[in-house]
Design a binder for this molecule. Sequence first.
Ligand SMILES: Nc1ncnc2c1ncn2[C@@H]1O[C@H](COP(=O)(O)OP(=O)(O)O)[C@@H](O)[C@H]1O
Ligand SMILES: [Mg+2]
Length: 446
Amino acid sequence: MTRPLAELDDARPALLGSSLNDLLGRWLPRQRWYADSGCRITDISVAAATALTPECFHLLVRVNVAGEQDVNYYQLILGAAVDPPPRLWKHALGQVDGPSGGTLVVYDAVHDHRVAILLLDRLRQGGATGTLRFESLPRASVPTGLAPRVLDVEQTNTSIVYGDRLILKLFRRVQRGVNPDLEVTARLARWGHTSVPEPTAWFFMTEPFLGTLGMVQPYLAGATDGWELALHSASTQGDFIKQAWGLGRTTGELHAALAQVFPTRSPAGHHPARLAEEMMCRLKRTADAVPALRPHVPAIQGIFADAAATHSDLSLQRIHGDLHLGQVLWADEGWHVVDFEGEPSQPLAERRADRSPIRDIVGMLRSFDYAAHMGPTPRPEWADQCRTAFCSGYSGAGGFEPTGAPELLRAYEADRAVYEVLYEATHRPDWMTVPLKAVARLADSR
Ligand SMILES: Nc1ncnc2c1ncn2[C@@H]1O[C@H](COP(=O)(O)OP(=O)(O)O)[C@@H](O)[C@H]1O
Ligand SMILES: [Mg+2]
């Protein structure tokens, strides 16, 4: 039988005590969304705790790792019970001493249906619970009685789907300020842009700083993500021209909408020469770390020098920031774009900064290239077709013409491939040939 914490005297100190820190020290680094894997944790502490039920706490956990000055904060919802329901055992962190002798099993309560339902109830009702604040659109109607399930996909955060109607994204790594995913999608939707699901409810914390914790959006039931569709097409001799054209169109319209709802900046002070300097710097750092890149360095430097010599009057603006085939969903005969958090490893200020829309464009072009190299037979011609179609769809949206600035496009693409080389060298060495080949191809095309 599950005994609530309240019955075990005041269990709060037990849950927040040093033994919980030990459990967290072992459990956190094994989570997909944990940002500092590979670095030794030097300190873990609970920065804020709010009881959601007598046996379930919302926690903000502060983590220091060796060699990093910045600390990271993570959002956890933990349950602690003498005997939790069996289906929660596989989400257990371990056991801690209870306050009056016995032991309590601590588990990741995001997987507890009762807790998932309670979170949605709080979002529907609005108001405060401890340091948490829940809000929703005045016209939002959040239905009751929807069965929750935790989404089982590779993701940086944790999402709960309710009855195929709603999706609640819980931001695992919490940073000061409004999360760009909420900020951008709310503004676009309010303006009437339809390629992003509109956030209808959200919650945030007020202590120890103001930070977005989660948001609810309509769930696009039956959607297929762009990566799956592209892989299928590339590996079955299919073509993806119509879809890539549509993706280009959607991206162009998205950029146009972003330029309407957020201020844009003239590129003055961000001259291509300065940009090229930053790219050169990244190239040097990567070549120092990855010997396989070194033979390509002179050619890539040439690509960056070509870009530095161009004149661009393309404005800087808010962009998606991490656009690739895994962030787009095909549903109801159209493309939808999700996950406006930007590059999760970057600080919030960086992710909210104005950028060139070319960054998003090359994000998608590189994603086509990856998809073309995943099957047993690489299909570079498939990626070429996608690229042409995407660029044509993009210019059809009425804004910038990507192929009209080939030097800049090539430089951004090479810079992105260099970033990927470092990423693959660190995380997936077997995949490093994909960006390396791209670097060589870009160098040849000059
Ligand atoms: N509104 C939605 N409807 C259907 N599926 C969604 C929706 N939003 C996200 N997803 C699915 O969840 C996955 C993860 O969402 P995402 O916002 O990218 O989270 P993360 O930041 O964790 O990557 C997406 O790749 C997509 O498959
Ligand atoms: Mg994502």
